[in-house]
Design a protein around this ligand. Structure first.
Ligand SMILES: C[S@@+](CC[C@H](N)C(=O)[O-])C[C@H]1O[C@@H](n2cnc3c(N)ncnc32)[C@H](O)[C@@H]1O
Length: 246
C-alpha cells in the first residue's frame, strides 16, 4: 500500500486486519511446518499484527514485526501488551526491502498479503539470501485460480496488478528463487469479507464525499475492488505458499 499516512488511517485505522486472512488459516500454515522451533522469526508487512500475535503465542518466540506504517506498529505493541506477550514482539518501522541488511540469518520469514509491495518475485529472491538453509518462508499472495476470468475482472487487474500469477507460476518463481514448495492452499472467500471488506466497504462509501480528492478517489477504488470481488466467479484469490529454503 503506497498511500499517504492520512489515507491509511482513514481507511484501515482500527481494523483488526489490513488484508484477507484469518487466525485459523495462519495457524493452519504454521502447523504445516515440520518444526516449531525457530531462533529468528520475521513478520514482514505485519500491519496491526493479527498474525504476529498468533505466531508469538504459538511459537513462544520473539517475533520481529516489520512495517513502514508506525501507527500500525503502535497498535500491535498495544495489543501485545494487553494480552501480556509484549516481551515476544519487537517492532521495527522499516522497509521490508532492507530485511537482508538488518537480519542476516532468518529461520522463519512470514508475510501475509504484503510481499507484493516490493514485487513478489523480488521479495522471494532477496529473502532467499538471508533465510538459513532449511529455513522457511510462509507468504500469502494474490493469485489467479482458474482461467475462466470475467472480462471486467481481467481488465481491473491488468490496471491494478498486472504482475499477478497463477499458483503454478508462483511455485515456479519460488523454486527458481531457491525454495522447495511444501504446500499451497487457498484462503476461502469469507476471509476477505469478515473483519475486512465488511468494515472497509461502508467506510469507503462514507468517504466518497470527503473534501480531499485523493481520499474520494481511493474510496471509489475500494468500492470498485469490492464490486469486482463479488463478480469474480472465484477466478482469483489469496493463496498461502509454504516454502523451505533449499
Ligand atoms: C495488505 S497489508 C497486510 C497486513 C497484515 N500482514 C495482514 O495480513 O493483515 C500490507 C502491509 O504492508 C505494509 N507495507 C507496505 N509496504 C511495505 C514495505 N515496503 N515494507 C514494510 N511494510 C510495508 C503496509 O503498511 C501494510 O501494513
Amino acid at each position: 500500500m503506497n498511500f499517504t499516512p492520512e489515507i491509511i488511517d482513514l481507511f484501515f485505522g482500527g481494523l483488526k486486519k489490513q488484508g484477507p486472512g484469518d487466525d485459523a488459516y495462519t495457524l493452519r500454515a504454521l502447523r504445516r511446518l515440520p518444526t516449531q522451533q525457530f531462533s529468528v522469526v520475521v513478520d514482514a508487512g505485519c500491519g496491526t499484527g493479527r498474525q504476529t500475535l498468533i505466531l508469538a503465542k504459538e511459537l513462544n518466540a520473539l517475533i520481529h514485526a516489520i512495517d513502514t506504517h508506525q501507527p500500525f506498529l503502535n497498535e500491535l505493541a498495544r495489543c501485545a501488551q494487553k494480552v501480556g506477550i509484549d516481551h515476544l514482539i519487537q517492532t521495527h518501522c522499516m522497509d521490508m526491502k532492507d530485511i537482508p541488511s538488518i537480519f542476516p540469518q532468518i529461520d522463519l520469514l512470514w508475510s501475509e498479503g504484503a510481499a507484493y509491495t516490493i514485487g513478489f518475485s523480488n521479495a522471494l529472491k532477496s529473502w532467499a539470501s538471508v533465510v538459513n538453509p532449511s529455513g522457511f518462508v510462509v507468504v500469502s499472495e494474490l493469485s489467479w485460480l482458474h482461467n475462466k476470468i470475467p472480462n471486467t475482472v481481467k481488465e481491473f487487474f491488468l490496471s491494478v496488478y498486472p504482475d499477478m500469477h497463477t499458483i503454478k507460476q508462483i511455485c515456479e518463481i519460488a523454486e527458481t528463487a531457491g525454495y522447495q514448495v511444501l504446500e499451497t492452499f487457498i484462503l476461502p472467500k469469507e476471509t476477505w469479507v469478515k473483519d475486512y471488506y465488511d468494515i472497509l466497504e461502508p467506510r469507503a462509501k462514507n468517504l466518497l464525499d470527503h473534501p480531499d480528492s485523493s481520499v474520494r478517489d481511493f474510496a471509489a477504488d475500494i468500492i470498485k475492488e469490492i464490486k469486482i470481488f463479488h463478480c469474480s466467479e472465484e477466478s482469483y484469490g489469496y493463496a498461502f505458499f509454504i516454502l523451505q529454503r533449499v
